[in-house]
Ligand binder design. Structure first.
Ligand code: ZN
Length: 204
């Protein structure tokens, strides 16, 4: 399986990092080794002094598809969850400045934990208005709503599948709202979709 991540999909987040707004979805990959085994904490790696959390709605692909038309894209996933796109912001800044690929700042081991609970989309009232949020140590850090996405789930699937065949079990991280920031040892991250807790992660 593969993990596809969308960058700069929320205007206020693009602004907080001084990035221009994209004209088409920006995507990159994480390997399967960036998933964390269930119940395992995230260990801050020693190659970065500035690991940031990015809370994102994750969609799970349930059908093989290539060149998927936007109007059929909703048939290619049936559940959503929450994931953290951990980013070594210090390394990413160097990569960006030097015009190099981002992988070492985004795709390291454990950089894509996902919540244990995925919610069937049949239980979601409106996919274009999903509320989600992140608490760290009980304090509100990120609040998002999918109505603020620049590119919808369907347009992301249509765009990515022009270039890459989607397969069953692939995950798409759909971008983070504003409010990203650093984590530290002993932080406790809790993620919610519509007030339902779907992610619980300890930092070590
Ligand atoms: Zn992200």
């Amino acid at each position: 399986m593969k993990i596809i991540c969308i960058g700069r999909n929320y205007a206020n987040h693009a602004k907080e990092l001084n990035n221009p707004l994209p004209k088409e979805p920006v995507f990159f990959f994480k390997p399967d080794t960036s998933l964390l085994p269930k119940k395992q904490p995230f260990f801050i790696p020693n190659f970065s002094n500035d690991i940031h959390y990015e809370t994102e709605i994750v969609i799970r692909i349930n059908k093989v598809g290539k060149n998927i038309q936007e109007r059929f894209a909703s048939k290619y996933y049936d559940e959503i969850g929450l994931g953290i796109d951990f980013t070594a912001r210090d390394l990413q800044q160097i990569c960006k400045t030097e015009g190099l690929p981002w992988e070492k700042s985004k795709s390291f081991d454990g950089s894509a934990p996902i919540g244990e609970k995925f919610i069937p989309i049949s239980q979601i009232a409106d996919l274009e208005k999903i509320n989600f949020n992140l608490l760290i140590n009980g304090e509100q850090r990120q609040i998002g709503n999918t109505s603020d996405m620049i590119f919808s789930f369907s347009s992301i699937i249509a765009h990515v599948s022009k270039f890459v065949t989607l397969k069953i079990g692939d995950l798409i991280f759909t971008g983070t709202p504003e409010g990203v920031g650093p984590i530290k040892i002993d932080d406790h991250l809790e993620g919610f979709i519509e007030n339902e807790k779907v992610l619980d992660l300890k930092i070590k």
